[in-house]
Each structure stands twice: as C-alpha cells, then as structure tokens.
Design a protein around this ligand. Structure first.
Ligand SMILES: Cc1ncc(C[n+]2csc(CCOP(=O)(O)OP(=O)(O)O)c2C)c(N)n1
Ligand code: SF4
Length: 297
C-alpha cells in the first residue's frame, strides 16, 4: 500500500501568491511534514488542525486539505489554544505573518509561549505587512522605506526568537523558506514536541521586501556550529547573534535553538482536559461537583 503523498493534501483553491514568494517553500515543507507524520503513524489526517489569520502567509490554510479555521488578523493563536484545550489529541498548527504575530497579536504569542501550550506556531517572517502592500512591521530593519515609512523606519526590530525564549517557549527554531527539506524536518520535530513550539521562517517577500539573496549569503546552521539545543543560555546568545538588521557582516543562525522536554504542557494542568477530548468527557454532571474541582479551600 502506498502512503500519503504531499500532493494528496492539495486543495482545488488557486494559489494567488506572487511567483517566487517564500511562502511556496513553507507550503511544500508543511505538506511534506504532515504527509510523513501520517505515514509514520504519528497522527491521522483528521488529527491535524490549522489556524490562521489574515495575510499572505495566512492563506496557506486554503492550500492544505486539513481541518482548520481563519481568525481575525493577529488572532491565529487564541483559537489554536482553545482547540487544543477542547481536544488535546489534535495537532494544532497556527500560521501567520510577522505583522499578525508580532504587531496585532503579540500578546497572544507571548502568553501562549508562557503557558507552554502544546501548539506549533509557524511565523512567516518577511519583515513587512505584505498583503497590504509593504508597510513596516515590528521586525522590519531600520532604514526600510515603505508606504507607511517614506522617510525610513528608525525603531529597533523585535527579535521573536529571543522573545519567545524569554517568555517560556520550550521549542524554538528558525528556518529559511527555500531550504525546504531542512524546514520540513524542523516542522516535524516542532509538531511532535510536547509543549509550545515556534518555527520562525525567514520568508522573502519578492514583491515588497526581497531578502532572498541576503539570506542565501548569510544563513548558517546551528547544528553544524556545535550548538547544544538543551542549553538555554547558549540559545539566547545565538538568538542575539542577529538583530534583524540586514547588516552585511551578520551571520544568521538557522535550525533549532532550544528544546526543553521537561516542562509541563499547559493542557496537562487542567483536570478536565486530562480526561481527553471534550466530546468524550462525562456529560450531565452536577455543576456543584464540577465547581468543587476548582475550589481552593
Ligand atoms: C486588526 C487588523 N489590523 C489590520 C488589518 C489589515 N491587514 C490585513 S492583512 C494585513 C497585513 C498582514 O501582514 P502580516 O501579518 O505580516 O502577513 P503577510 O501578509 O506579510 O504574510 C493587514 C495590516 C486587519 N485586517 N485587522
Ligand atoms: S506580496 Fe510578498 S508575501 Fe505576498 S504573495 Fe507576494 S511575494 Fe509573497
């Protein structure tokens, strides 16, 4: 019997991304990762759920044939956390852009990391609001001239790797969108990880912020540079090696920065969630008995 192929996850929706967009790499790697995880018996197709928001990257949900939902801009994470609480057996992946996750939705990102909610966040970081044609976001480098910043930005960019490490994430990685096989492997590891995982993908926007050549020349792999993924302080130091400026001398680390398998996932803290999916939990129980579970004497 042949297993599932990435093409089995295609949808009839026409892909509207610009030719050459880094999102194609994320789509291909995601379909490969999901198909392989299904073939390896990690989960069934019905177990994967995608949540997303509004943006170019967010449209990925139209192109992968699994369950999911669209949220408002910046709100891919709250439904992901809610879905995981309602059914902890599901593998929930939240996709979105740097605008959605680090501008409008930054509180959701940091708190989900702090909770160690067992979801995977895939951050399509093109360092620009792309769908709305090129305004600066929280990760845009200084000096970028766009429609909202004709004189050039002068604010310091945020560093999502350092931020989520500080907030409590237990799996933190960065990949380059055109390094598809490497990205696929990291996505698989992130989805398998029990706890909050962030996979930041350096995703050139060829129309409004084309960093393709810059990243081709500046990325390096952590695993080829002696990095220990279980060393939190080493992960933070590596995170600070690149500050999101497109400095000609910078080295941009990619791969897995940090893994911590010892911290309890958020969902396991809830007595009701430990009983399994909501639809299998006991029905018609006395409300006083339910409330008594949470009472502090
Ligand atoms: C709360 C809110 N703010 C702004 C918008 C307008 N808006 C829709 S998509 C978008 C840009 C999305 O940028 P990003 O999240 O970085 O994703 P990209 O398009 O770059 O993949 C903006 C500003 C909105 N829909 N809702
Ligand atoms: S505008 Fe940029 S991010 Fe959006 S599809 Fe085109 S290249 Fe990709």
């Amino acid at each position: 019997m042949c297993g599932m192929t990435p093409n089995d996850l295609n949808t009839p929706a026409p892909i509207t991304w610009c030719p050459g967009c880094g999102n194609f790499g994320i789509l291909t790697a995601s379909k490969m990762a999901i198909a392989e995880l299904i073939n390896e018996g990690f989960a069934q197709r019905k177990d994967f759920v995608i949540t997303t928001d509004i943006g170019c990257g967010a449209k990925i949900y139209d192109y992968i044939d699994v369950n999911g939902l669209y949220g408002l801009h910046g709100r891919a994470i709250p439904p992901a956390v809610g879905i995981k609480l309602a059914n902890p057996e599901l593998k929930v992946i939240a996709y979105g852009g740097d605008g959605g996750f680090l501008n409008e939705g930054i509180a959701h990102l940091l708190h989900a990391a702090r909770y160690n909610s067992d979801i995977t966040v895939v951050l399509h970081n093109n360092q620009v609001f792309a769908l709305t044609t090129g305004q600066a976001t929280a990760t845009t480098e200084k000096g970028f001239k766009g429609k909202s910043t004709p004189l050039g930005t002068f604010e310091e960019p945020l560093n999502p790797i350092a931020l989520t490490l500080e907030a409590g994430a237990t799996f933190v990685a960065r990949e380059f969108a055109y390094d598809v096989v490497h990205l696929k492997e990291t996505l698989k590891a992130a989805i398998k990880h029990k706890g909050f995982s962030l996979v930041e993908v350096l995703q050139p926007c060829v129309s409004f912020h084309d960093t393709t050549q810059y990243f081709r020349e500046h990325v390096y792999r952590l695993e080829e540079d002696g990095h220990d993924v279980h060393d939190y302080w080493a992960a933070l130091r590596r995170a600070r090696e690149w500050n999101y400026e497109l400095d000609p001398d910078a080295r941009v680390p990619t791969g897995i920065f940090y893994v911590n398998e010892d911290k309890m996932p958020y969902e396991e803290g809830w007595p009701s969630v430990r009983k399994g999916p909501f639809w299998k939990r006991e029905r018609n129980r006395d409300w006083k008995e339910i409330v008594s579970q949470y009472r502090v004497e």
